[in-house]
Write a protein that binds this ligand. Structure first.
Ligand SMILES: [Zn+2]
Length: 343
């Protein structure tokens, strides 16, 4: 597969700090000094998938996995000593660079005190210092490599033409019908959409135990389990910004935690605290991470098609990060005794 970036007709030119192309992501990860970098996987297209960590490493004093902990009298043994550990990932879908941008801006703030546009955010940096952070700025580097830089100023029909898979019979596989295939039927594909890695896998849905198909999803699960993470935040993009509270296959305690984080987020963003949400019934990588670690997990969607500017999208990123960081100052993300039903 050839990796050529698809240009979105009518999109505003990106600001010079909107650095979300694979070579730019790689350069930023390679430049990390205060954090630690590792390559957790390579995509089928040969791109590295980075993990960048900040904050003290937490010693694993006892080998135990989460399922074993849940059956034991002391599930709290799974929680590692030290600061709470947040895992934040972006770019699971190639055409959604906003989460990539948010993670890269956070890295830049932690490295230099300024984000990529040169703006300081000392409050966010101070909040971030309360945690061990596991950051994966861009999971689906293959999809990113063929996606536009951003949607701002574009039209949905032009965007759809670029990001949805076109079959040889002329069918365009749109959301949500695109989920009627896993992976994409590559022998019938005329042009693969940008959701997928170059083998046609939607990494968000690569979550069936015993049949995890992509190195990208394996890396997410392996790193989450290795770090015994306490919260998993998966950054995506959609019509307007919202937190998806999943209704299926999550620990009831964790669903409540995600609702509580959402309350803080509504406040941070100045939205009506009673704003309703539509629970998702999809089973996906968020569930798999929760099964592997016991940690609450949720997806945040940026307002890809509604944001009038790149700056607005940056603000949305700071909003969700601030809400998560603030929540954890006063609360435990993963009270593993409660999660495992021991009290
Ligand atoms: Zn997505």
């Amino acid at each position: 597969m050839e990796f050529v970036r698809r240009e979105l007709k009518g999109a505003l030119p990106r600001p010079d700090w909107w650095l979300v192309r694979p070579d730019e992501i790689i350069a930023q990860c390679e430049n990390v000094k205060k954090g630690k970098k590792e390559i957790a996987a390579y995509t089928p297209g040969g791109f590295p998938v980075y993990v960048i960590t900040y904050g003290p490493e937490r010693p694993v004093e006892r080998e135990i996995n989460w399922p074993s902990a849940t059956g034991s009298p002391r599930p709290e043994l799974y929680t590692l000593p030290g600061p709470q550990c947040l895992m934040i990932i972006g770019g699971v879908h190639g055409e959604e660079p906003e989460g990539v941008m948010a993670v890269l801006n956070l890295m830049s703030l932690l490295e230099t005190g300024k984000d990529l546009a040169g703006n300081p955010n000392p409050e966010l940096v101070k909040l971030a210092e309360n945690y061990r952070l596991i950051l994966m700025p861009c999971i689906n580097m293959d999809g990113r490599a063929i996606s536009p830089d951003c949607y701002v100023g574009g039209k949905f029909e032009d965007f759809a033409d670029l990001v949805y898979t076109r079959l040889k019979d002329g069918t365009q596989l749109r959301w949500p019908q695109l989920k009627e295939y896993y992976p994409m039927p590559m022998d019938q594909v005329e042009r693969l959409g940008t959701y997928y890695n170059s083998e046609g896998y939607n990494i968000q849905l690569d979550a069936a135990p015993g049949n995890i198909c992509t190195e990208e999803a394996k890396a997410i699960l392996r790193v989450a389990a290795r770090e015994h993470i306490d919260l998993f935040v998966n950054l995506h993009s959609d019509g307007c910004e919202h937190i998806i509270v999943s209704a299926s296959l999550h620990y009831p305690v964790n669903i409540e935690t995600c609702k509580a984080i959402r309350k803080v987020w509504l406040k941070v963003r100045g939205y009506d605290p009673e704003t309703d949400y539509c629970p998702s019934t999809q089973t996906d990588i968020d569930n798999a991470v929760e099964l592997a670690t016991g940690a609450p997990s949720f997806t945040f969607e940026f307002g890809l098609t509604s944001a009038p500017s790149h700056e607005r999208l940056v603000d949305e990123g700071y909003g969700i990060l601030e809400a998560v960081f603030r929540y954890g100052v006063d609360n435990v993300f993963a009270d593993r005794r409660k999660i495992a039903g021991k009290e």
